[in-house]
Ligand binder design. Structure first.
Ligand code: GLU
Length: 546
């Protein structure tokens, strides 16, 4: 059959050849090339981020290239600003791509366009070649016909799809096809699969190991005349080939498409890139372990981490920790190293899924934040609140030294306090230090009788509080106060031996002072807090207790 005639008829304007493109997109040499290839749906799942981190680590460890490709062939799903959002996330986490393109905007790299809808002619050239070779064909099956085929296959319990005898247009006469297209009929182009389902091939996934898979004999759709765009499968083949991708890191859900991709690469005789199908991200939900879900779990969306104010370091660490189980041990030995220095191994990923845990993230983050200086904490907090809490931002900026002094309580010391996992945690933890936010619900414990409380506080302020006391003297005075009260002891040993003999001890008395000044029964160092509050505010707050 005159397939060339058919190819020329369908794509009369396509004059370039595959060889032309091979020259244009020259080999990159011995360079590792990874990519993130999102569909612009305006959403980024933690699983996507996981793949990005792996892409980035693999590229950077090998001084390679990490690029971003906008896979917008399904234009119905496209959301405006989606790629800008993805770029924002990548830049925010300092995982910026070396090559990328923003629609109507900035672009970098010489393997573009990096937007699939701008690569129509390239795809058409590859499809034209296949049609001319008799390896692909236009198919006119209607939606109704496809449904009937599918129903019959389901009833007969056969494999679903257009293959073998169901591939009605495989050998359709060229002139008839041309006639139908001339009459304005829409069509799709299908690959004329040479696969045999009864044959298997070995596929070696870097994370999942060696697998024996069935060849694909389905005449997969590779192009749609209605949009003049290829399907994902075909675009992936052409782009990853021409952009010289060496490693495809993508979600586990694409594993099922491997036989299709194997078939396509084989048809063209192109070398397949290496594949890492990333394990699913799992979460513990009560007794059960399940896939993390964007519907049920707010932490499945990348917006969550920015809104809460998780430091980028913590989020990346938590991902690296689930990627390779030896990462934590490595980190202990290399506390200051960049995560890209870790010798990531795809083989060490757990194919059965990666258990993600917010408590773990919080732990990592608390440790990290506890080691920051007050200046660093202030800077992060300032940046976060500017965007997410402008009112608090104005408050912390009124007297920056005062705010930093608060942030420095039990910080910049050998065993710093680990109380913040994210910047959102700071405001509720220190709001009592700012009069404009101070609105106490007094958390009295052990000593709860208001007359008793008031008499303790009166005595303290009048006889034992001295603004200029150093820490030791300050505590001596609290002890003396305790001894002076009827039924209280400052001797904890004595108290513990016979608690029933006492109304309270020195800790209870300190708690009364703490609650009176902050509303809370648990705070960082009370002496430091009092130093920062100063005499006037201490007296005012104590006088406010009714
Ligand atoms: N556009 C595909 C997706 O968003 C890309 C899969 C791949 O990385 O190849 O899932």
């Amino acid at each position: 059959m005159d397939y060339k005639k058919l190819a020329d008829f369908i794509f009369p304007d396509i004059t370039k050849t595959i060889e032309d493109y091979e020259k244009e997109y020259s080999e990159r040499g011995d360079v590792t090339v990874t990519r993130y290839a999102p569909s612009p749906t305006g959403f980024m799942h933690i699983g996507n981020f996981y793949s990005v981190v792996i892409d980035y680590v693999i590229a950077k460890r090998n001084n390679g290239i990490f690029y971003l490709r906008n896979e917008d062939t399904d234009q119905a799903r496209e959301v405006e600003g989606a790629v800008e959002y993805i770029m924002h996330v990548l830049n925010h986490y300092k995982l910026s791509p070396d090559e990328y393109e923003i629609k109507g905007g900035d672009t970098k790299g010489s393997y573009g366009p990096y937007i699939q809808s701008e690569r129509k002619d390239i795809y058409k050239c590859f499809i034209k070649y296949l049609i001319a070779e008799g390896k692909a064909y236009p198919c006119f099956l209607t939606a109704e016909e496809l449904e009937v085929i599918r129903d019959n296959q389901a009833k007969a319990k056969s494999r679903i799809g257009i293959y073998g005898k169901f591939a009605k247009y495989r050998d359709y006469p060229v002139d008839d096809a041309i006639e139908r297209i001339k009459n304005g009929e829409q069509f799709v182009v299908r690959l004329k699969s040479e696969g045999n389902f009864n044959h298997t091939f070995i596929f070696n996934d870097l994370a999942n190991g060696e697998m024996k898979l069935h060849e694909d004999d389905i005449d997969t759709i590779i192009y749609k005349s209605s949009t003049e765009l290829p399907t994902y499968h075909f675009a992936h083949l052409v782009d990853d080939h021409l952009m010289r991708t060496t490693h495809v890191v993508r979600g586990q859900e694409w594993m099922a498409s491997v036989p299709v991709h194997y078939n396509l690469f084989k048809t063209f005789g192109f070398k397949m890139p290496k594949y890492i199908h990333t394990p699913l991200i799992l979460k513990k939900d009560g007794e059960q372990v399940r896939k993390i879900s964007k519907r049920l779990d707010p932490e499945a969306r990348m917006t969550y981490y920015e809104e809460k104010g998780y430091p980028i370091y913590s989020v990346i660490e938590s991902i690296m920790t689930i990627a390779n189980s030896n990462y934590e041990a490595w980190r202990e030995g290399h506390p200051d190293a960049d995560f890209t220095e870790f010798e990531f191994s795809a083989k060490k990923m757990s194919p059965s899924g990666a258990l993600y845990d917010l408590d773990k993230l919080d732990n990592i983050s608390k440790n990290y934040i506890s080691r920051l200086t007050k200046d660093e904490v202030f800077e992060f907090l300032d940046e976060y609140t500017k965007e997410y809490d402008p009112e608090f931002n104005a408050i912390i900026n009124k007297d920056v030294d005062y705010t930093k002094a608060i942030l420095n309580i039990e910080r910049e010391q050998k065993k710093p306090r680990k109380d913040y996992a994210k910047w959102e945690d700071v405001k509720p933890a220190i709001s009592y230090m700012f009069d404009e936010l101070y609105n106490p619900t007094y958390e009295w414990v052990n000593i709860t009788d208001m007359d008793e409380i008031k008499s303790i506080l009166d005595k303290y302020i009048n006889n034992y509080y001295n603004e200029s006391d150093d820490k030791e003297t300050w505590f001596e005075h609290v002890k003396e106060l305790t001894e002076s009260l009827d039924g209280y002891t400052s001797n904890m040993k004595e108290y513990k031996e016979n608690p029933d003999n006492f109304k309270g001890n020195v800790a209870d008395v300190s708690t009364v002072i703490r609650v009176a000044l902050t509303g809370k029964n648990m705070t960082p160092d009370l002496y430091e807090i009092m130093k920062l509050l100063g005499k006037n505010r201490i007296i005012e707050r104590i006088n406010n207790i009714k």
